[in-house]
Ligand binder design. Sequence first.
Ligand code: FAD
Length: 461
Amino acid sequence: MALVGAALKLLLLLWLKLNALTFCQGKSSHNRWENDYPFIKAASSFSSSSSSSSSSSGREKTYDYIIVGGGTAGCPLATTLSQNYSVLLVERGDVPFGNLNVSHLNNFHISLVDTSRTSAAQTFISTDGVFNSRGRVLGGGTAINAGFYTRASTRYVRNVGWDAKLVNESYRWIEKQIVHRPNLAPWQMAVRDSLLEVGVSPFNGFTYDHLYGTKVGGTIFDKFGHRHTAAELLASANPEKLNVLIHATVQKIVFDTIGKKPKALGVIFKDEHGNKHTAFLSKRRGSEIIVSCGAIGSPQMLLLSGIGPKAELRKLNISVVLDNVFVGKGMADNPLNSVFIPTDGPVEQSLIQIVGVTKMGVYIEASSGFGQSKDSIRCNHGIVSAEQRLHSVASQQEELQQMEIKLRAQIIVGSENMEMQSSFDAQIKEHANANVKLQGYWFLRAERDRNDGGGMTDDLG
Ligand SMILES: Cc1cc2nc3c(=O)[nH]c(=O)nc-3n(C[C@H](O)[C@H](O)[C@H](O)COP(=O)(O)OP(=O)(O)OC[C@H]3O[C@@H](n4cnc5c(N)ncnc54)[C@H](O)[C@@H]3O)c2cc1C
């Protein structure tokens, strides 16, 4: 009898263990983004779903809100609006989920210089010759940036006329989902001590608040160095009311121009196969198309849709919907200056964790190291690299003049990458007459505090 009892116990244990295993496997397959975000679909699926509903019901599916651009602003906006309204979010890029260049902190630099068509980062050079990048992926800039998070100054919120209570609630909503307290890297500790030594004080410790002095801010990288992007905020959306299309490049907003004022009707977008589709707003009073394509993409979208300076639109054969002289104007470059300092020791990689916020209206921030995870692309280190900087500068005199601008300063010391080593050494020798082995780099920059000057955004760039 005791034997039968023991056998039964064993069977029960085995059964429990097998069940636990099956549950774990099920859970891991549920981790795939399609399961977590069932409302995200490829753009090409749009016409089949909407045309099938239109042929059966005689009507096309329409939306209370169409949001163009699923980036830093677009994702949380779509999530919030979906609680009460039907929303279509249209993004030209892919999802960031499972993309190692996006998700690993140590791929930050190579992600920025991946110029392939499927890259999450789109490199561009301004008309004045300044290199920069913009996001081309769900999550937008949060999928390619340095991940530093801070709140705006109370003065900034007041000046732009936002509801301070709502702003504070929104901060907390974001922070609990994708923001982390950083583990300070050695270089960041050195930056903290240096800032305090030169008088960027007091030390405000770890805080999200915008305070004068030196502080540890938030980061969207967790303790494992994994990035959390604005796309993850979509997990809080109402799945019944939200549709997200990826690989959907909006070409223009369509307007009804018959009445006194032009009225937005919908958007025309191209899918991943190059086919065109039109998505329409519902007839609900207050339905809107919201343009959140970023600082370059948003004015571009308005211009393509016929909103902008009349003369310029006509020159480009774009029918004028609304003459507005300000669209596409007032843009400023985000310039970068670099200084290379040789080192013979490796430097641990860190992105922005410490900032100095000065009363002169300047942010000072720094990063260190140059990594690349084994299972990712290998390429020239591009716009932020030493070799690029040394090639692109016509003369040291010009470099010195750029330095005078003092908007940004970058200190770069070498690279871990052995392929770069010899070209690095040669160029450094040529330019700085140094005979050194380079292994790591530091990066330091200062920029105007946009909280102070009433700029466009409340974050660090
Ligand atoms: C290298 C780098 C480092 C940075 N570091 C930081 C930092 O540490 N901290 C910080 O706060 N900020 C940082 N920034 C700035 C920050 O990332 C941006 O200010 C922010 O992402 C802008 O948000 P957005 O919503 O306006 O635009 P984006 O986040 O760029 O979103 C725009 C979205 O619109 C999509 N889009 C554009 N055109 C179309 C179209 N025609 N059809 C469909 N979709 C379209 C794009 O693909 C993109 O996803 C950094 C920026 C860069 C480039």
